[in-house]
Design a protein around this ligand. Structure first.
Ligand code: SF4
Length: 357
């Protein structure tokens, strides 16, 4: 959803890999997406889907020996993936803010939160000490820290987990970045605090016109917050579209499974479902559609050939069920019992006991 002036962030054919003694493991395969100015893109999937690594690639924080092996990352048209470390360090903070799951990884326990905020503001915005202190207090008030003028001189350990995450949000916004990458920003918090932090992040980004890439395993958080959502599985985007479309009419069987695990407030009797099996290891990504061992709709072609993203309802999904010719194949296979088992045994990937479609 790029606006007329072009996307704020463009990720093109990104590939992240880890060289190991046994060969190269590819954790993110050829993914592409854009984020428009002020837009919130949710990136969702189970652990190991590659969503956090995609966020780390954007902010230039992939731990060696991991590396970006192919593709481009552009922020407002400027290529980030080939920048030297020092240049990227300046961009991080000034143009891209980061919020991580554990606020203590973003805050230095040895310095007061005021010192950390003031230093960030002065480094990136080149203001005087007194202007930076006033801006820091205003930011703390904006994120809901009571008695901000006094609390600014407190250390991180003097705040609760929820209050610390508010401070981290203030820190991420301090240099007025165009984009914030928020990786599981509420996962470490109590459930009652999670909703407050999500609402706060949403309001602040709207007020500051800051775009957000929100990485989470929680479809409920996406539903509350995001404009669009990208669903990741085994290092690839398997569905992408507007949140309302993906949530109301999911087009990929994996997204259907994720949606089935969210409690529905209006239907207390509805049973929650789970996706059988687990995310494949990087060393054992199945041939064809990586989801086929867990998919209740898999058919022969799924075990042999990987589907690319294609038009699927109002969204785009990587699933053969949206290809008319492949769908005809699937229907004809239904009349030949044992076809899928035969195809799976040919490619050496056992299925799991699938739920009824
Ligand atoms: Fe399931 Fe086949 Fe679609 Fe993959 S391509 S999600 S295995 S139906």
């Amino acid at each position: 959803m790029a606006d007329a002036a072009g996307p704020l962030l463009a990720v093109e054919n990104l590939r992240v890999e880890f060289p190991t003694r046994r060969g190269t493991l590819v954790a993110v395969h050829d993914i592409s997406f854009e984020i428009a100015p002020g837009e919130v893109l949710g990136v969702v999937g189970e652990s190991g889907a590659g969503k956090s690594l995609t966020g780390a690639a954007i902010i230039g924080l992939i731990d060696p020996p991991g590396r970006i092996a192919a593709g481009r990352i552009l922020l407002a048209g400027r290529r980030l993936d080939s920048l030297p470390y020092e240049t990227m360090r300046r961009i991080r903070g000034r143009e891209i803010g980061a919020i991580f799951q554990d606020p203590l990884t973003s805050l230095n326990p040895l310095y007061t939160i005021g010192r950390q905020l003031i230093e960030t503001i002065r480094t990136h915005l080149h203001t005087s000490e007194s202007q930076a202190r006033a801006a820091a207090i205003a930011l703390l008030e904006e994120v809901g820290i009571p008695a901000a003028a006094r609390r600014i001189d407190h250390y991180p350990h003097q705040f609760s987990g929820g209050m610390r995450q508010r401070v981290v949000i203030a820190l991420a916004l301090a240099a007025k970045p165009k984009l914030i990458v928020a990786d599981e920003p509420t996962t470490a918090l109590d459930v009652s605090i999670q909703a407050q932090i999500i609402q706060l992040l949403k309001r602040l980004c709207r007020d500051h016109d800051t775009a957000v890439m929100l990485v989470t395993h929680d479809m409920g958080v996406i539903a509350e917050t995001a404009d669009r959502v990208a669903v990741m599985y085994a290092g690839r985007i398997v569905e992408i579209g507007l949140v309302a479309d993906v949530i109301n009419r999911p087009q990929h069987p994996y997204t259907v499974g994720l949606m089935g695990s969210i409690p529905k407030i209006r239907d207390e009797r509805a049973r929650l479902t789970q996706i059988d099996g687990s995310m494949p290891r990087l060393t054992a990504i199945p041939v064809g559609c990586a989801f086929h061992p867990r998919c209740p709709h898999a058919f022969g072609r799924c075990t042999r050939q990987r589907p690319e993203l294609m038009d699927a309802g109002a969204s785009r999904a990587a699933c053969w069920l949206h290809d008319p010719a492949a769908r005809r194949e699937a229907m004809s296979e239904q009349t030949q019992p044992g076809g899928l088992d035969r195809a799976r045994s040919e490619t050496g990937t056992p299925g799991v006991a699938g739920r009824a479609p």
